[in-house]
Design a protein around this ligand. Structure first.
Ligand SMILES: [Fe+2]
Ligand SMILES: [Fe+2]
Length: 296
């Protein structure tokens, strides 16, 4: 495995014990309306203690400090060439599963189980098969961690770079440590963009969403591509920020991103799906839409 060297010290690379700590934090911010109704809240946040809170805080301090416009351009140049690896789709899931969580081995499911639970929840609700595929593939970009990328350049809420940060982004106070915050090219409402330019022209902070979007952009319908590309852009799809960057197409696509989000957040279940029963369906689905190999 090729590991891209970076200039960050070990504790800056992995502030979280596992990527799940970020996901638990998102769930805490946007709790499942159904579990609230059922008052199931306490076991929902089983892992969320003070310790986790410190890790997540430190994670966002690093994320907001280092995700500059320039950093994003560099990462795009490095990864959107897709010259690191090429493997059959099913091998790619095994590769992704090398990302093990050391925090809580008995309750945490591996990455593939999260993908399968997401896609199965979508399938149960009768959505189109390409959306089931989106569920299955949406976190494939987390392999960036296996290429040596720091956690804060793989997961975390994403946001536009090159213009002022919304104060609805989690831990907005940490943006003051980002050099772009005091750079007059980037710190105005529109920054380098023009009013209503459309999200396709906006550089997002670097992470697994943008990467997997580029990986699959020739294979999945447009609405599915929005789900992949913006599923961690919470300040947009949950908080309604950045309206001035949107065009009509983005506004139409928002409903798809909103449709997808609950499946990602609320489908987690300690019981792993029975893969032997599901295998044939997913092999056909993958063969229908995806090429034999994926490039990383
Ligand atoms: Fe994700
Ligand atoms: Fe996910």
């Amino acid at each position: 495995m090729s590991t891209a060297p970076n200039d960050f010290a070990a504790k800056q690379v992995s502030p979280l014990t596992s990527l799940e700590e970020w996901e638990d934090d998102v769930l805490k911010r946007y709790p499942d309306p159904d579990s609230i109704a059922l008052a199931k809240k306490t076991d929902e946040y089983r892992n969320y203690d003070e310790h986790t809170k410190d890790h997540v805080r430190e994670f966002y301090r690093l994320n907001h400090t280092f995700q500059t416009y320039e950093f994003v351009l560099e990462k795009r140049k490095e990864y959107l060439k897709f010259d690191k690896k090429e493997m059959p789709v099913w091998d790619a899931f095994e590769f992704l599963n090398q990302l093990v969580d050391d925090s809580d081995p008995d309750t945490d499911l591996d990455q593939f189980q999260h993908l399968l639970q997401t896609s199965e929840a979508i399938r149960r609700d009768g959505h189109p098969d390409w959306m089931v595929l989106v569920g299955l593939m949406h976190d494939m970009g987390k392999v960036l961690c296996l290429f040596g990328e720091p956690q804060w350049a793989v997961v975390g809420d994403t946001f536009p770079v090159g213009c002022a940060y919304s104060d609805k982004i989690v831990y907005p106070e940490f943006f003051q440590y980002n050099p772009d915050f005091s750079d007059t090219r980037y710190n105005t409402r529109l920054g380098i963009y023009s009013e209503g330019c459309g999200l396709r022209n906006v550089m997002m902070s670097w992470g697994h969403d943008e990467y997997v979007y580029h990986m699959l952009k020739d294979h999945i319908p447009e609405s599915g591509l929005y789900m992949l590309r913006y599923h961690s852009f919470y300040s947009w799809h949950r908080e309604g920020e950045y309206d001035y960057l949107l065009d009509d197409h983005d506004r139409q696509m928002l409903k798809w991103v909103e449709l997808f989000n609950p499946y990602d957040l609320y489908s987690k279940n300690p019981e792993p799906p029975d893969w032997n029963k599901l295998k044939a369906y997913y092999q056909d689905l993958v063969a229908k839409y995806l090429p034999k190999t994926l490039k990383f």
